[in-house]
Design a protein around this ligand. Structure first.
Ligand code: AMP
Ligand code: MG
Length: 492
């Protein structure tokens, strides 16, 4: 059946054949549409209005391949928890093709959970409903928070069970990304000594994401640098909202600078740099407070893959690339302090700001203060000078009071009225984030009772994170003692 919902323009499928494998999704028994992201479909200029729900479900399970799609699964490698795996690749994801969105940006449309591929190894190529809905919720929440992230276009059920510890309902996520090129894609070719492929891939990434770097004296060095800066900014933005990615392997780091692969991700509640949620991160390698270091480590792996193209003389290449790795923490810190200043309502940069920021975080940590609520209530405190809201979040309210004296002193050097300041702060300090227990509740209702209402409601609340949503105030509240989620799972 011919079905034209998009004007595909597929560039990755034009790259050399050993960059990917061509294959169609494996059809599923009984496609059922759970959710379609209509605003995103509009942005992508998809022609879906005339398509009924059944046909949409067929398209987003891969049972129907829209005309112009050229399904491929991409080859990549990756360092997983520090160990190199020379071949990973899309083991359960199929890139259907690329479209231009309404602002002219090329975007990938990928089905995740679409069946076995040559890269599946022992996996079944499928995805379970819970992780699909989790990625849908969290990636859309990140986007609404203003953080670069892949998007969720649709979620469908397959009508087939997937077997994990127990049988679970199968599902497929349609993911939209600026591209799916990862640090691990470069490593794949580097491990094979395939410099020509690295050159082609670099040209591709430069053209698609960083055309400004093409004219640099050393484009591959410029590419490394711009990717590193993007990652520094990205991880900083995670730190502003308490996001723990959970599995920052090099195969889960997109060179576009988007957050990708929402497996065991979670949000901190009480501020704690050592927070780890992922069941497989036993050593805390990807703990909340380690994320900038993990990103730097990954960028060093990218640098290694690019070395031969940076300069044929290896020693010279290392000399040139090293500053990127060394300066990464400075770039990160610069982004982070700027973000934290905004969260505190500070527009000027002054000496002592870092100490002021650290002082609050230390007090929060020592007093189990909820990260999101503290900053949100600081907005009110900035507006009316009343500290009752934030101080109540501290086990010892006196710890807050001691800090607040310093903050109010510092605010005196700022222009702008308290009302303006509070308004600006409310644009960077969310009222709601995807609280882990809320996400879990929504997933459980869907998986155990086929009740998608909690998912839909949570999704709607998370799409307006900076607004005070009166009817949904409960979503802003931290987990009660009995509700707290201490561990998350990849769910693959
Ligand atoms: P992830 O942990 O989801 O980032 O995946 C790591 C690697 O395992 C990637 O190569 C995935 O394609 C592959 N993978 C994960 N789950 C499955 C699955 N159910 N079937 C086949 N491959 C999988
Ligand atoms: Mg992955």
């Amino acid at each position: 059946m011919a079905c034209a919902i998009a004007s595909f323009s597929n560039s990755y499928a034009r790259l050399p054949e050993h960059f990917f494998a061509r294959l169609d999704p494996t059809p599923v028994a009984k496609p059922g549409l759970i959710v379609l992201n209509r605003p995103l479909a509009q942005d992508l200029a998809l022609d879906i209005d005339a398509v009924d729900g059944d046909a949409l479900a067929q398209i987003f399970t891969g049972n129907i391949i829209p005309s112009g799609a050229e399904p491929i699964c991409m080859a990549y490698a990756g360092h997983q928890f520090g160990s190199f795996v020379p071949q990973l690749g899309d083991g359960r994801a199929i890139l259907m093709g690329e479209v231009f969105d309404r602002s002219g940006v090329r975007r990938d449309i990928q089905l995740k959970g679409a069946g076995r591929t040559p890269f599946s190894r022992r996996g079944d190529g499928r995805a379970a409903l819970g992780p699909v809905l989790r990625e849908y919720l969290v990636s859309e929440a990140m986007h609404a928070l203003g953080i670069a992230a892949t998007r969720a276009l649709a979620a469908v059920t397959t009508g087939e069970p997937v077997f994990r510890e127990t049988p679970l309902p199968g599902a497929i996520l349609t993911r939209v990304a600026a591209s799916h090129v990862r640090v691990g894609t470069f490593e794949y070719f580097a491990a094979r000594g395939d410099q020509e492929a690295i050159r082609r891939l670099s040209d591709y990434v430069l053209d698609r994401h960083y055309p400004g770097a093409k004219d640099a004296e050393r484009p591959h060095l410029a590419l490394l640098q711009v990717i590193a800066r993007r990652q520094a900014a990205l991880v900083s933005s995670w730190m502003q909202v308490g996001f723990v990615h959970g599995v920052m392997n090099t195969d889960n780091m997109a060179v576009s600078g988007e957050t990708i692969d929402f497996g065991p991700c979670a949000f901190i509640e009480a501020y704690d740099p050592a927070a780890v949620f992922s069941s497989i991160d036993e050593l805390g390698r990807y703990a909340f407070g380690n994320q900038a270091r993990a990103a730097q480590w990954n960028i060093a792996r990218l640098a290694e893959a690019l070395l031969p193209l940076i300069d044929p003389d290896r020693k010279r290449a290392i000399e040139l690339a090293q500053p990127v790795i060394t300066e990464f923490p400075t770039w990160y810190e610069h982004e982070w302090i700027a973000g934290m200043r905004s969260k505190l309502g500070l527009e000027l940069a002054q000496d002592g700001d870092l100490e002021l920021i650290r002082g609050l975080l230390d007090a929060m940590q020592a007093n189990q203060a909820d990260f999101t609520l503290t900053f949100r209530r600081l907005c009110d405190a900035a507006a009316d000078g009343d500290d009752a809201g934030p101080r109540a979040l501290f086990a010892d309210p006196g710890a807050y009071d001691r800090w607040a004296v310093l903050w109010r002193n510092r605010l005196q050097s700022e222009a702008g009225s308290p009302a303006q300041r509070a308004q600006a702060m409310r644009r960077v300090n969310p009222a709601v984030i995807p609280r882990n227990h809320r996400v879990e509740q929504a997933l459980r209702a869907a998986v155990e009772r086929e009740d998608f209402a909690p998912f839909s409601e949570l999704l709607a609340v998370l799409s307006r994170p900076y607004e005070e949503q009166g009817a949904y105030l409960a979503y802003a509240a931290p987990a009660q003692a009995g509700e707290r989620i201490l561990q998350t799972f990849c769910g693959t």
